[in-house]
Write a protein that binds this ligand. Structure first.
Ligand code: NOJ
Ligand code: CA
Length: 682
């Protein structure tokens, strides 16, 4: 016994960190690492069979109870027990970095790191824990040695949360995230995609996701036989989840905490866990864009050539004229290249006869508009990869700086959309594009994991049900609470190409009465602020924007921000977000609600305290309702400063969008603005 105590003491001294002993469940020291201000504490160690585990406290509350770590390798080789400690070390990082685009310009990256190095008969495993005040990330490094294959069949990481937690989730489908969200208690789920969001019985908000997903299958979560959530990696058609050699570094497994739902939105943890870009990406320019797009989704035009072909030279030029005339910087043109008729054999350099690509690109350049090339693969990924060097060279030569990719339908090689092979494909596209000064917008793409920090040319991806599901072709349109769930789930991962801005919300004038967007017009405007993306579409037809007073908001709203603050909200209910323009002193505010109308008091204390603002409010009209009067909206003007408060009413399915334009002059004190009753005209 004395020898054991001395041995343990020796190890404790050797590793130089704080240790406690729990001899009933562990045979080694239990280590502990806390965030810089001690809000989050992670304990970790090895149990009696050498199985590594961790557990997490948030502000003194146990949130993740004892949970396993490790892997199973090919042929059932267990890489999750029989470990012995080699070393444990800690360090602290506190830095501020600046991004090219994002919710905030300067991001503080402040964490304590522990590196836990373990020995196993099959190799070495390191677990890196990075603990922030609003959560943590941990990742594995497995090392087998030169020339040795590493084939993983299972990840053992678990997340042992209270089964009575409320949760918001989409079910696992290894090919698609375009699903309806469910809200259930944790015990009612089987398997879910990440980001996976929960509220514990103690009212702690939690989001589980991953960061820096590179050369690894994507993580989904599945309940194990004990009812505990466990990582399930997306397998390849042979059932292997990861294949490599020598050494593998996993993505970070991330867990965010908050006392309020909006705390999850205000976190920078996912981006902080990615590495900074090591090249100059100052050529990446956020933009708003229109498209030869919604008319196809409405069924008015077609992607393949023919009488109603959308992508004609003439029509593209009309769209360029409209975009240029309204300060919209980009134009997406879908259905421009051959392949759409057969839905295969796409040629990414060959345009249809009625579309003169070079003429259109030149016309766009002369009009100061960027063309966004569309590369739909229809799942023919090998064929796409083969054509990429030539096609991207050609686009670069033309001066094209944006590509929207698409992966509709099964991948033709039988690989899942979210396995290691496809994760590597999305990465290949990104890097080939970066080499040529091209930005990517990805549809049917892997979920974001903060890689835009390393590759800022990855602007936005879809990876959820976007506005396209409000089109007539959708068997069911997005329900009214869909948009109020996304900010607390999918959008925690990173920007989404949601494609907001629908003004004609019911399609009755096209003879369609059973399909619609379940939102008001003011709600559509609010999405430009509530959903951050460096590439925002104005998705509707020019005729629906022409001379429409509310289009001014879409023209004005920025796509790059110096500061963002999610102010208030509840998952699936409502959310209010304020953002400051990166180019100036103006602030913007957006709020959306689900099918329930609400009255909110806006406290302007988020504004710069020394400034006065002229305010333009776009809000639901008195009789607005997403079902009966979605287009009822009003525009009001007033003046405020940071000491003011005003009331705003959101209709069922409604919202508001507000511009705060900085004006010269001293801030006046303590004025109350009861806008609904007494709008102050500027
Ligand atoms: C699905 C995409 O999400 C949509 O934006 C695109 O128009 C179609 N695929 C056609 O590629
Ligand atoms: Ca899609």
């Amino acid at each position: 016994m004395r020898t054991l105590i001395f041995t343990l003491l020796g190890i404790a001294l050797m590793v130089g960190t704080y240790v406690v002993f729990d001899s009933s469940t562990t045979r080694m020291p239990l280590f502990s690492v806390s965030s810089p201000n001690n809000h989050v504490t992670v304990d970790y160690g090895l149990d009696t069979i050498g199985q590594p585990f961790y557990q997490v406290h948030y502000d003194g509350q146990s949130v993740i109870k004892k949970s396993n770590l490790g892997f199973v390798l090919a042929d059932g080789k267990e890489f999750h027990n029989r470990f012995t400690l080699i070393k444990n070390s800690k360090n602290h990082v506190d830095e501020v970095w600046e991004n090219y685009w994002g919710r905030s310009q300067y991001i503080r990256n402040n964490y304590t790191e522990a590196v836990y190095t373990l020995h196993h008969p099959l190799g070495i495993m390191k677990v890196f824990f990075r603990v922030f005040d609003d959560g943590l990330g941990f990742r594995y490094e497995l090392e087998k040695g030169q020339g040795q294959d590493i084939v993983i069949t299972e990840e053992k990481t678990s997340f042992n949360l209270s089964s009575g937690s409320q949760s918001w989730w989409i079910p696992v489908d290894d090919d698609s995230y375009e699903k309806f969200y469910e809200q259930t208690t944790l015990d009612a789920i089987d398997s879910v995609q990440t980001p996976f969001t929960l509220r514990t019985p103690e009212n702690i908000y939690v989001s589980i996701h991953e960061a820096a997903l590179v050369d690894f299958p994507s993580m989904t979560l599945k309940k194990d036989e004990r009812g505990i959530l466990k990582s399930r990696l997306v397998p390849d058609p042979n059932g292997f989840v990861y294949k490599g050699e020598n050494c593998v570094t996993s993505p970070w497994r991330t867990i965010n905490f908050g006392h309020k739902a909006v705390d999850l939105i205000n976190s920078d943890l996912i981006e902080n866990l990615n590495t900074k870009s090591n090249q100059d990406f100052s050529w990446v320019k956020p933009l708003k864009y229109m498209g030869v797009w919604w008319e196809m989704h409405l069924g008015l035009k077609t992607w393949p050539a023919g009488d109603r072909h959308g992508a004609t030279t003439k029509h593209a030029k009309e769209m360029i004229d409209f975009a240029a005339g309204h300060g919209i910087k980009g134009l997406l043109v879908e259905g421009w290249n051959v392949g759409w008729d057969q839905w295969k054999d796409f040629d990414y350099c060959k345009a249809y006869d009625d579309y003169n690509l070079e003429e259109v690109v030149q016309y766009a350049r002369d009009s100061n508009v960027e063309i966004i090339m569309h590369n739909e693969t229809a799942g023919y990924v090998d064929e796409y990869e083969h054509q990429i060097p030539k096609a991207f060279d050609y686009y670069q030569k033309l001066g094209v700086k944006y590509i929207k990719t698409g992966y509709v339908g099964p991948i033709k090689t039988g690989e899942p959309h979210h396995g290691q092979r496809m994760v590597n494909h999305y990465q290949f596209v990104l890097e080939e594009a970066a080499k040529r000064g091209i930005c990517i917008l990805g549809h049917e793409h892997i979920k974001p994991t903060g890689l835009s920090r390393t590759w800022p040319n990855l602007l936005a991806v879809e990876s959820a049900r976007g506005q396209e599901y409000n089109a007539p072709w959708a068997p069911e349109n997005n329900p009214p609470n869909h948009n109020t769930i996304l900010p607390f789930t999918r959008l925690l991962a990173g920007p989404m190409d949601y494609t907001p801005g629908l003004f004609d919300l019911t399609f009755e004038r096209h003879g369609i009465s059973d399909k619609r967007a379940y939102s008001t017009l003011a709600h559509q405007l609010a999405l430009y602020v509530v959903y951050h993306s460096p590439a925002q579409m104005a998705c509707d037809l020019p005729e629906n924007y022409d001379n429409h007073p509310a289009f001014e908001f879409i023209q004005n709203v920025p796509v790059n921000w110096s500061k963002s603050l999610a102010l208030d909200g509840e998952i699936g209910e409502y959310v209010v977000v304020a953002r400051k323009d990166r180019q100036g002193d103006d602030w913007y505010l957006g709020g959306i609600t689900n099918e329930t109308g609400r009255n909110l008091t806006i406290d302007c204390s988020f504004l710069d305290s020394d400034k006065e603002y002229e305010v333009i409010v776009y809000k639901d009209g008195e009789s607005a309702n997403y079902l009966s009067a979605p287009n009822d909206y009003v525009i009001e003007k007033m003046k405020v400063n940071s000491k003011d408060k005003f009331k705003l009413k959101m209709a069922p399915g409604g919202g508001f969008a507000v511009e705060f334009k900085h004006v010269l002059g001293e801030a006046k004190s303590n004025r109350r603005v009861e806008m609904l009753n007494h709008p102050v005209e500027i």
